[in-house]
Design a protein around this ligand. Structure first.
Ligand code: DX5
Ligand code: ZN
Length: 230
């Protein structure tokens, strides 16, 4: 099977937030392709993370595209704020508002790429009617809300189905996989057809025994592993 190029999107949820600018610059220097920014509201998901103020600060530290994953509901009222703060892609969940099509048009009207995310229990059919309105399809391989969870194998079939569907319709929709990505599961997601792999713990976690001689983490090696050694 011919290997497609797989982009890597480090999730800063797992970064050392006491030196976030350095962390973002470090993964940029290590050839990351995006910065993944997880927004959680303590309501749609049982955790609270970051808002547009932090996104604006991150934007000042990198030229990488900012891939903003909104796990908030209702979502519409916040889209403009994240677009103005520097998002390049905004991804929403279909459960995050009553009118998904309207939400996607709102993202587009802000001049930002449009993404939609599927939870493990949300079928592909939930977003089939809006496939022509999106630039990115995110398949969650954990339930959203926390980093460091285990990849759910039953989601792999959905990645494969999404790959086939995208290839059939012929629109260059990016297929992103998010949750529990590590050296082993990245290979599974790649061969299922992913274009972008999100990884928090696998890139940023400490105490992995792979520190360089001067005690730093080798983000380039970790990213290369997730890409399949290429
Ligand atoms: C989970 C988030 C993920 C998370 C991934 O709700 O959407 O982006 O940061 O973290 P890991 O890679 O640790 O599973
Ligand atoms: Zn995410």
């Amino acid at each position: 099977m011919s290997e497609r190029f797989v982009a890597i999107a480090p999730s800063i949820l797992a970064a050392n937030l006491s030196c976030l600018g350095d962390e973002v610059r470090a993964v940029g220097a290590a050839h990351a392709d995006y910065i993944h920014f997880d927004v959680m509201d303590g309501h749609f998901v049982p955790n609270i993370s970051f808002g547009p103020g932090l996104l604006k600060a991150v934007k000042q530290t990198t030229s990488l595209p900012l891939d903003v994953h909104l796990m908030i509901a209702p979502v519409d009222a916040y889209i403009k704020d994240f677009a103005e703060a520097g998002a390049d892609i905004i991804t929403v969940h279909p459960e995050a508002g009553p009118h998904l099509h309207r939400t996607l048009q709102l993202i587009k009207s802000c001049g930002v790429k449009v993404g939609v995310a599927l939870n493990p229990a949300t079928p592909l059919s939930a977003i089939e009617p809006v496939l022509m309105d999106i630039d990115l399809l995110l398949i969650m391989t954990v339930n959203p809300g926390f980093g460091g969870q285990q990849f759910i194998p039953s989601c792999v079939e959905k990645i494969e189905m999404a790959r086939r569907l995208i290839d059939i319709i012929g629109k260059p929709i990016l297929l992103e996989v998010d949750g529990g990505i590590n050296a082993q599961t990245s290979a599974i997601a790649r061969s299922a057809g992913a274009d972008i792999l999100v990884a928090g713990t696998a890139i940023f976690a400490a105490d992995r025994g792979d520190e360089t001689d001067n005690g730093e983490f080798d983000y380039a090696a970790r990213i290369k592993t997730l890409r399949g050694g290429a």
